[in-house]
Design a protein around this ligand. Structure first.
Ligand code: GAR
Length: 193
């Protein structure tokens, strides 16, 4: 079985969409894959309750308990590796990862970013797209490399930016597409493994 480990920090809606799609599309039978664990760096991440209700192993590793980024990432990798992951899926995991962590998971670490990369790496992507006068926005699934939000693009989805949009309304429109494009990209990767 190819194990997927999903890392979250908050709402976990992308994680939930992945779990639901895996169930609906029977990834266990069709792709020999399953979501094996969900790991959060925040104990109050809303997504943890959903994962637990689905019978998925959950873990919390609070980054504030570690003196350095390296120490946190070493402990995080140790937790992740207990599940022998074929893929490590970042789903709203709001931590910058060390080069050592990224190298350890080279080729099996992916992220979703709420912009049409290479535009708007980093934070506040929706407000920045509105401020720049963009007519379209979207999301990007990409392989993770040492540089933040720069890695081979696997899939994207595009949405219009409407005249009355706020960062919140645009984020909500993009998020509905994230829930489509991320499971699709993961299924595609799994089918080639
Ligand atoms: C999503 O919009 C995701 O693209 C973004 O955080 C949100 C998490 O939502 N990720 C980043 O900004 C990563 N830099 P979710 O917890 O409901 O999936």
């Amino acid at each position: 079985m190819k194990n997927i480990v999903i890392l979250i920090s908050g709402g976990g809606s992308n994680m939930a969409a992945m779990v639901r799609t895996a169930q609906q599309q029977q990834w266990d039978k069709r792709l020999g894959a399953r979501v094996a664990a969900v790991v959060s760096n925040k104990a109050d991440a809303a997504g943890l309750a959903f994962a637990q209700a689905q019978g998925i192993a959950t873990e919390v590793l609070d980054h504030k308990r570690f003196a350095t980024r390296e120490a946190f990432d070493t402990a995080l990798a140790e937790r992740i590796d207990r599940h022998d992951p074929a893929l490590v899926v970042l789903a709203g995991f709001m931590r910058i990862l060390t080069p050592g962590f990224v190298a350890h998971y080279a080729g099996r670490l992916i992220n979703i970013h709420p912009s049409l990369l290479p535009a708007f790496t980093g934070l506040h992507t929706h407000q920045r797209a509105i401020d720049a006068g963009c007519k379209f926005a979207g999301c990007t699934v990409h392989q993770v490399t040492a540089e933040l939000d720069v890695g081979p693009i696997l899939d994207q989805a595009v949405v219009p930016v409407l005249p009355a949009d706020t960062a919140a309304s645009l984020a909500a429109r993009v998020l509905t597409q994230e829930h489509v494009v991320y499971p699709r990209a993961v299924a595609q990767l799994l089918s080639k493994m």
